[in-house]
Write a protein that binds this ligand. Sequence first.
Ligand code: DX5
Ligand code: ZN
Length: 217
Amino acid sequence: MIKVAASILSADFSRLAEEIKRAEKAGVDLIHIDVMDGNFVPNITIGPQVVKDIRKTTELPFDVHLMIKEPLRYIDDFISAGSDMLTVHIETVSKNDIKELKNKLFKKNIKLGISLNPATPLDRITPILKDVDFVLVMTVNPGFGGQKFISWVVPKIKKLRKIYKGIISVDGGINEKNAKSLASIGVDIFACGSYIFNSKDPVKAIKNLKELFRKEF
Ligand code: DX5
Ligand code: ZN
């Protein structure tokens, strides 16, 4: 089943609870939360306290994307804040860090994801694919919502699909047009921000995406 994750980075932060409810009503499957530290990426967004507070607003799983230089330093805070899926970037962790994270998250029944930037080659993650529950492929350079989808990442996704049976998620610049071809190459989760929140009719936007997946498969 293909899933849609709503990236709240493009939501109105002064009304986060309402925005999450709006996405939930529109039919999204997951809430994607972009955590940025102004260090690994140029932008600063939200921390564990906000995740904890918005946890009360929905039962939907929280897909927390850590774009931070020292993920291990903050992992416990994001676990207790109520994350269901936690993604770290391969550019920020060692093989040993992954082992540690795997053990920690497995005990808490939280899924571990590994993400890679557009320019990071696939062979950086191949040795640890057996240790993670999913791969989040960046299709923009992390830092901001509303960027253009980088199409030269597609061959990397195809290559990954060939060698990896687990869940593949894509993040950045996703819309109705590129989602169709990505679904056809076997992507499982679509993280979308501006496509949903900047849409005049988010219900229709999600419906269109899901319809597209139904038609194709
Ligand atoms: C980018 C974030 C993405 C982003 C997606 O650094 O990780 O999750 O917010 O937003 P759109 O869909 O607008 O590219
Ligand atoms: Zn993200």
